[in-house]
Design a binder for this molecule. Structure first.
Ligand SMILES: CC(C)(COP(=O)(O)OP(=O)(O)OC[C@H]1O[C@@H](n2cnc3c(N)ncnc32)[C@H](O)[C@@H]1OP(=O)(O)O)[C@@H](O)C(=O)NCCC(=O)NCCS
Length: 154
């Protein structure tokens, strides 16, 4: 009986480890820019999380990285290829991962992926992605050059 219990427990731990490793392997390898929780205030009267709320989180995440990369103020000039793969529910933990994919003279193109960890099941999945373009601006709001930091930027 005890042996049976040990075998069942070991199988359970093995399964959990496999799920954990698959979860880590599936996550994006970009920079985690922000993490937040979807709250009731972020929903419409029917209780669905607004797509616009999620996009604003992604915009904040991209803006943080654009600002760090451009060493100053940067504003959103375009959002392309936005796709909502799955819904977001109240209580879901949202993580926005950002990758700089192109640095221009005054602009920076960033890929943003929003992932959720479901509040009840702990499942993690990619819910939304899109390409955000930011322009580095000066104190007068005019485009300014993004500093070159590597040979590939030149
Ligand atoms: C961003 C802004 C300063 C750019 O001014 P602009 O006079 O259009 O600047 P430019 O034409 O010189 O373009 C600047 C850069 O943006 C890029 N760009 C401009 N429009 C773009 C677009 N629609 N998509 C992608 N990139 C674009 C240009 O290619 C250029 O990049 P590069 O220098 O790396 O080659 C101006 O459009 C602006 O203030 N927009 C409002 C931004 C804002 O308030 N965002 C928040 C909304 S609430």
């Amino acid at each position: 009986m005890i042996l049976k219990l040990v075998i069942v427990s070991l199988s359970y731990i093995k399964l959990k480890m496999k799920v954990f490793i698959m979860d880590i392997a599936n996550r994006p390898h970009q920079h985690l820019a922000i993490r937040t929780i979807a709250m009731p205030k972020d929903t419409n009267p029917r209780g669905d999380v607004f797509g616009g709320w999620l996009v604003s989180q992604m915009d904040l995440a991209a803006g943080t990285i654009a600002s760090i990369r451009s060493k100053g103020r940067a504003v959103t000039v375009a959002i392309d290829g936005l796709v909502f793969h799955k819904p977001v529910f109240i209580g879901d933990e949202i993580s926005c991962y950002v990758e700089v994919i192109k640095v221009g003279r005054t602009s920076i193109k960033l890929k943003v992926e929003a992932w959720v960890r479901r509040a009840l099941s702990n499942d993690t999945l990619n819910v939304t992605e899109g390409i955000f373009t930011f322009v580095a601006i000066d104190a007068q709001g005019r485009p300014r050059e993004v500093p070159i930091t590597s040979v590939s930027d030149a």
